[in-house]
Design a protein. Structure first.
Length: 529
């Protein structure tokens, strides 16, 4: 190779050193000249105010909520303070809330809300008579496949089995594994069986949670704590705009920032290039959906996993909705690209056993490729006066009966049962696909349901097209309004009103004629849906 003269190198370094010193001296003279006419207190005050201003500016610009979103909120808040405009908006909000109250809280004639404990406890017969009365409030025949999603299988024999299993463990609590070792064993087996389904290795692990939202929350909590340990003070979640709203909830609860990545307009999958550009030193986790809820599309897990490996970032695949379908699709004869722990870079997966796992509501599983990730999910209070408190997830006490029923469902279904169910669901979904997309469940695989749904949609669309400008009422109007309002704080108000309605024990004050027309409209909507 070429030889170098050490004397030449030394001379170059000395020249460089002299130039640096020259610039430092020039900077010193400039600063001193600017401060020549100032008293010491002025210099100190200016320095203090400048520092405080810089800290304020950083806090203003860099928050979990974007500057654009905050400016829009402030703008609409000012608009709503203008007397006439504010009153008009509030009147419209109140009307929407009244419609919602009528949709949710109206009872049948002669019914009322119970607001106090009965002086004398009800007998078994009286209690079940009451229960039958409450059952009559439902006007949607979900058992015959008249809803999308919500109930994933209402098989009578399976229901009877689950009720009996739940009864056996109704008083159990996984918080006390020494008292209920059977439930502990069942939960461990549910996790291990699910790890195997998603091709986890010997170090894969997880926990049972109360549902998809908690599974997502737990993964985000784990990666937030992991980011803090890495020195990241403001951890960020990078996820597609189509990702489940539970990630928004996680960001809100855990002080993280959610960065939404746009979708490819042709495929409706996340734009991988845009995701790569969004990665920064604050990135705590990457997210994909398999599939996502709005369009039922699988995000490009393999491509995003490459980013996770390249930048050493945890990668969560949210398979809450369809996890217990996609793991059986290959054996059911439907080809899918890898999406689970077979893909290098995937560090966690969430999958709901209470959806296509057909277990009772209130059960899900969050999985990790390695135990080191699950440790960040745990909460431990070593100094509590009541002893050492440790819990794997959000809840302390948990219903052991739900875990037992989940375990019983998986054991009863077996691989063959899940494969057959998957084949029926996917075949039915593809039959309906030509008409419209809905969340297809086992209930829709009943004979004639798919055909009736397509027929009903065609009939209802024909009615709408005869008078497309007819005013929509009820929940349909509220959903439409929510999508068209630019001020999202108003949508939040309507949503809060909706949640308030769920706990209302007041019968809406409406005229009987209005009530009758409203209920007829609801019945028509339920048939169309």
């Amino acid at each position: 190779g070429p030889s170098f003269d050490t004397g030449t190198i030394r001379s170059a370094l000395e020249v460089y050193k002299e130039m640096v010193l020259l610039y430092v001296e020039e900077a010193r003279r400039f600063v001193n000249s600017q401060c020549a006419g100032l008293e010491p207190w002025q210099i100190i005050a200016t320095t203090l105010l400048s520092t405080l201003g810089a800290v304020w500016l950083k806090g203003f610009l860099f928050q979990p909520e974007s500057l654009t979103s905050r400016v829009k909120k402030q703008f609409f808040k000012i608009i709503r303070k203008i007397p006439f405009i504010g009153a008009t908006i509030q009147n419209q909000l109140n009307k929407a809330l009244d419609d919602m109250s009528m949709s949710l809280c109206t009872l049948k004639e002669g019914m009322s809300y119970t607001k106090l404990l009965p002086a004398q406890g009800l007998t078994h017969k009286q209690l079940f008579d009451k229960i039958r009365e409450y059952e009559t409030l439902s006007e949607v025949d979900w058992a015959k496949g008249k809803v999308s999603g919500a109930v994933y299988w209402g098989d009578e024999k399976l229901t009877d089995l689950l009720v009996k299993v739940y009864g056996e463990f109704a008083w159990s609590n996984p918080l006390h594994p020494d008292l209920f070792p059977g439930v502990r064993k069942m939960e461990a087996e549910v996790v291990r069986m699910t790890c195997a389904l998603f091709n986890g290795g010997p170090d894969s692990c997880g926990t049972v949670t109360s549902g998809g939202t908690e599974s997502i929350l737990m993964a985000c909590k784990a990666y937030r704590d992991m980011a803090h340990e890495r020195g990241i003070k403001h951890p960020e979640i990078i996820a597609p705009v189509s990702v489940h709203a539970a990630f928004d909830k996680a960001a809100h609860y855990f002080g993280m920032k959610l960065i939404h990545i746009p979708l490819d307009k042709k495929t409706m999958k996340v734009d991988v290039k845009a995701m790569r550009r969004a990665i920064s030193r604050n990135t705590a986790m990457l997210v994909c959906s398999a599939p996502h809820f709005p369009h039922g599309i699988m995000d490009p897990v393999i491509e995003v996993a490459k980013l996770a490996v390249k930048y050493n970032i945890p990668f969560h695949v949210d398979a809450c909705l369809g996890g217990f379908l996609i793991v059986f699709m290959e054996k059911a004869g439907f080809k899918l690209d890898p999406f689970d722990f077979r893909v290098k870079g995937v560090t966690s997966i969430s999958a709901d056993t209470h959806k296509y796992g057909y277990a009772p509501k209130g059960s899900s599983v969050v999985l990790y490729s390695d135990k080191k990730f699950r440790h960040y999910q745990y909460f431990v209070a070593p100094n509590w006066q009541g002893g050492i408190y440790a819990s794997p997830s959000m809840a302390g006490s948990r219903p052991g009966g739900i875990i037992a029923a989940c375990w019983a469902t998986m054991m009863h279904m077996g691989e063959k049962g899940y494969v057959e169910a998957t084949k029926k669901v996917v075949e039915t979904a593809r039959k309906i696909k030509a008409g419209i997309h809905i969340c297809v469940t086992m209930l829709h695989t009943q004979p004639g349901v798919a055909e009736q749904f397509i027929s009903d949609v065609k009939r209802e669309v024909a009615i709408i097209m005869k008078n497309p400008k007819e005013k929509t009422t009820g929940m349909g109007a509220i959903y439409g309004m929510a999508q068209s309002i630019p001020d999202r704080s108003m949508v939040a108000e309507v949503s809060q009103g909706f949640l308030d309605c769920l706990y209302s024990t007041e019968v809406p004050k409406i005229q009987s004629k209005h009530h009758k027309n409203h209920k007829n409209h609801l019945n028509g909507n339920s048939k169309a849906h």
